[in-house]
Design a protein around this ligand. Structure first.
Ligand code: F6P
Length: 356
């Protein structure tokens, strides 16, 4: 062990003292609690088939998705941590229909948490990276009502994710930059390994599930078409594509080396305005990305300014390198104003070669 390494606790004490005087100590302690739940989930996921906890249950979550055993175990790890930790007045998770109030309310419970305990869980059984995503907002003085959870993303006090990959990392922000910590498994400590992560402003890599291409709106089709045209098209350079199908893993790659991640609005299921959930996927990941110098948009506005209406609300997500996100948003704007006629025409592929 190297002496002098910055542990998560030491880092948090310094950060929140500087920037969150009022609720600082409690917020730091809550993030240390979250790290404890992450360590428990990391241990479970690392055991894989040996622990007999892979595979699906018969139950479904509120989204109608079949729950995996690890979804439920991870959810329980977070709930236990928050219920015992004494810092949280209530919590909302992907796996529970309604928020859960912590009762009796502990004296120092100044926060509400929203989380996706195991994101990308379709990847569990094939041993591909998964993650946890969390968001922390201020608790009201009295018993939390549904409205208390439904605050826009720009009011989050802290947000972050854990990625359970070849190494386990915790990446978080308390509103002063985005910082990454790697779990030293032997010692059990998260160590600051990626201070002040900065996403490159431009990129040549995009991430989207192209099997949905025919359901996308024209602005997204236009953007992806141009990326695929590479050197022969308006972008004038070749692009690469990656899709892990764990938002955490795809966004983590983008934080490390740039890129744009899109789960845009599509017409596959017209009742859903997007695939990803605003409160415990899009909002926390957008805060992390913006704090790393990137951008996060629905295509038609900043994600962090969306006024939430429901806990499990879905939303289109376009996040990552600033210039690319802005380009996709510009294409939405042009489409909405009817100014992208060249693209909308069946001849767009030929004509787009000559566009700027
Ligand atoms: O939570 C939803 C999620 O698992 C994300 O982590 C991921 O980006 C997406 O769904 C994958 O969707 P699809 O299965 O359509 O590729």
């Amino acid at each position: 062990m190297h002496l002098g390494r910055t542990t998560l606790s030491k880092f948090l004490i310094q950060q929140v003292r500087e920037h969150h005087a009022e609720e600082g100590a409690g917020l730091a302690a809550l993030l240390v609690d979250i790290a404890a739940a992450v360590k428990a989930i990391s241990a479970m996921t690392a055991k894989g088939a040996l622990a007999g906890i892979l595979g699906s249950l018969e139950s479904q979550n509120v989204q109608g998705e079949t729950q995996k055993k690890l979804d439920v175990l991870s959810d329980q790890a977070f709930i236990n941590t928050f219920q015992l930790g004494g810092l949280v007045a209530g919590l909302a998770s992907e796996e529970n229909d309604d928020p859960i109030a912590v009762e009796p309310r502990p004296a120092c419970a100044n926060f509400l948490t929203l989380f996706d305990p195991l994101d990308g869980s379709s990847n569990i059984d094939v041993n591909v990276s998964v993650g946890s995503i969390f968001s922390v907002v201020r608790a009201p003085k009295g018993k939390p009502s549904l409205q208390d959870y439904l605050v826009p993303g720009d009011q989050q006090l802290a947000a972050g994710y854990a990625i359970y990959g070849p190494s386990t990392m915790l990446v978080l922000t308390v509103g002063q930059g985005t910082h990454g910590f790697t779990l030293d498994r032997e010692v059990g400590n998260f160590i600051l390994t990626h201070p002040n992560i900065q996403i490159p402003a431009s990129t040549s890599e995009f991430a989207i599930n192209t099997s949905n291409e025919r359901f996308w709106e024209p602005p997204v089709q236009r953007y992806v078409e141009e990326c695929k045209a590479g050197k022969t098209g308006v972008r004038g350079r070749d692009f690469n594509m990656r899709w892990i199908a764990s938002m955490v893993a795809d966004v983590h790659r983008i934080l490390m080396r740039g890129g744009v991640f899109m789960y845009p609005k599509d017409t596959k299921d017209p009742s859903k305005p997007g695939r990803l959930r605003l409160m415990y996927e899009a909002n926390p990941m957008s805060m992390v990305i913006e704090q790393a110098g990137g951008a996060a948009s629905t295509g038609r506005g900043r994600i962090l300014e969306v006024k939430p209406e429901q806990i499990h609300q879905r939303i289109p997500v376009i996040v990552g390198s600033r210039e690319e996100v802005e380009r996709v948003a510009k294409y939405h704007d042009e489409y909405d104003k009817g100014e992208d006629k060249a693209y909308s025409s069946p001849l767009f592929k030929e004509r787009s070669l000559f566009q700027n």
